[in-house]
Design a protein around this ligand. Structure first.
Ligand code: DGP
Length: 113
């Protein structure tokens, strides 16, 4: 399977990785929309939120924990931030490997464009 995020997780493609554990990897978005724009992905290939089996939903809770932790280490915990998961084409998902955006460091506008 030719998945760019699987290749980043495997270390085959360079990325600015800022966090890793047994379940997830976090790296800076290549096209940042704000001073802080980090992607948190599972190491395992799951195409989207719609493909997440119920028995693995705890993974998303872990991704939220990591996002909160990174918000603190990036210095945006107090000022505020946004966590987004796009799902499917109309949901704005371009890369078909489950990921969570952590965005902050500037005033963000309304989110349902
Ligand atoms: P989404 O639209 O939710 O699927 O967001 C995908 C994000 O992934 C988008 O903000 C750009 C980012 N991205 C795509 N390819 C790469 C890459 O090769 N490296 C990094 N660091 N980010 C990427």
């Amino acid at each position: 399977m030719d998945c760019i995020f699987c290749r980043i997780a495997a270390g085959e493609i360079p990325a600015d990785v800022i966090y890793t554990d047994e379940e997830v990897i976090a790296f800076r978005d290549i096209n940042p929309q704000a001073p802080v724009h980090v992607l948190i992905i599972p190491g395992e290939h799951i195409a989207s939120l719609a493909e997440l089996p119920e028995e693995k939903s705890v993974l998303v809770g872990h991704m939220v924990d990591v996002a909160n932790r990174l918000a603190r280490s990036e210095g945006i915990s107090e000022s505020g931030y946004r966590v987004v998961m796009n799902c499917g084409r109309q949901g704005g998902q371009d890369v078909l490997h489950l990921h969570m955006h952590l965005v902050g460091g500037r005033q963000l506008a309304g989110s349902f464009g």
